[in-house]
Design a protein around this ligand. Structure first.
Ligand code: OGA
Ligand code: NI
Length: 357
């Protein structure tokens, strides 16, 4: 009998990475047990002990066609109390939303040999596909593959975008930019500032697109689709399909973000918490893995990317003697580099930029 060969964790990670076929490749090969690099001991333990989910609670759903004053009030309340809300009547048509989901699905389901050309961990590229951007940093890998597009301020040449989702990605980006502008205006007003304030701070200039593919998982109780994390940008506009599994951490309980047909999920990120001096909070969220799948989500994250030298700190309009700054100034490059260097490892990204008060 052959001895089973011993493999270190690093060797296992490398072997998986080198397939360039992602989690989908494992599922296609028919795995019935998840490889050990995916086992999330913390999640398994937490499920058995402290963290219960809160079935009664629901994040706010905001109608963007509501009367303006009421709308600003609702956005303010949602940003202060939740950091997460869903929007309806947002102006993006359902068929367009369906086509983006389809486009991301088609990318992940194209011929593996063709898809492999995009596989990379070079975060400076504008089009990247990989499984677990933080594979080598995270304590446990996630049951997820992802394609990333850096769509603004300088988008890739159209030819660089995969043909299977090129047109719809360009069209949807245009629409999300417009919607994003509206939401940043509402948030500016919710902060008591002029509607154009956040736009003038260049918060709407960068757009980093994340196309997630969560294959069906044979052991969903042992691994997550996305470990608990905060988003690094100012704001994320997320489109999820009908499968569900997204949860946010609210008052120490996991609350489901249900899939509502036609709705989009909006959440605040770390840069928003930083510039508002934590008046508005960046909220932890995660995605469960499921026995059914694939689940698709497309996150449009408003932020610039590596190399962006623009510096952000708590806005002077929002700080005072009673409310001194709790974060230092930080460049976009610094905060994004920090995320790539450390991965999602349980340490809050903003803790690296806290002032000693
Ligand atoms: C993300 C994210 C949630 C989801 O891409 O940052 O949190 O539902 N996605 O896929
Ligand atoms: Ni996220």
């Amino acid at each position: 009998m052959e001895c089973p060969k011993f493999q270190s964790k690093l060797e296992q990670l490398q072997e998986f990475d080198e397939t360039k076929a992602g989690v989908k490749g494992l599922v296609d090969a028919g795995v019935e047990k998840i490889p050990s690099i995916f086992i999330n001991h913390q999640y398994i333990q937490e499920k058995e002990t402290s963290f219960s989910s809160a079935p009664g609670l629901c994040i706010p759903v905001i109608d963007l066609e509501a009367e303006h004053g009421e709308l600003v009030d609702r956005v303010k309340e949602a940003c202060e109390k939740w950091g997460f809300f869903q929007i309806v009547n947002h102006g993006i048509d359902l068929p367009v939303m369906e086509k983006v989901v389809e486009g991301v699905k088609n990318f992940h389901e194209m011929d593996t040999e063709v898809k492999k050309q995009y596989y990379s961990r070079d975060a400076k590229k504008k089009v990247i596909y990989n499984s677990n951007f933080d594979l080598y940093q995270t304590p446990s890998a996630n049951w997820r593959d992802t394609v990333f597009f850096l769509m603004a301020p300088t988008p890739p040449d159209p030819q660089e975008l995969p043909q299977v989702c090129r047109e719809i990605m360009i069209e949807y980006t245009k629409q999300v930019k417009k919607l994003g502008n509206n939401i940043f205006e509402l948030i500016s007003e919710a902060l008591g500032l002029s509607p154009s304030h956040l736009k003038e701070m260049a918060c709407t200039e960068g757009l980093f697109v994340v196309g997630n593919y969560y294959p069906a998982c044979p052991q969903p109780d042992m691994t997550l689709g996305f470990n608990s994390h905060t988003d690094s940008g100012f704001l994320t506009i997320l489109l999820q399909d009908q499968i569900g599994g997204l949860q946010i951490l609210h008052k120490n309980q996991w609350v489901d973000v249900p899939s509502l047909p036609g709705a989009l999920v909006v959440n605040l990120g770390d840069l928003m918490e930083l510039i508002t001096n934590a008046k508005f909070k960046s909220v932890y969220h995660r995605v469960l893995s499921k026995e059914v799948g694939p689940r698709i989500s497309v996150a449009f994250v408003f932020r610039m990317h590596l190399n962006a030298s623009k510096v952000y700190g708590p806005m002077k309009e929002l700080i005072s003697d009673e409310n001194p700054p709790i974060y230092r100034e930080v460049s976009v490059d610094e905060i994004i580099s920090c995320r790539y260097k450390n991965g999602i490892n349980g340490i809050p990204l903003l803790s690296y930029f806290k002032l000693n008060t």
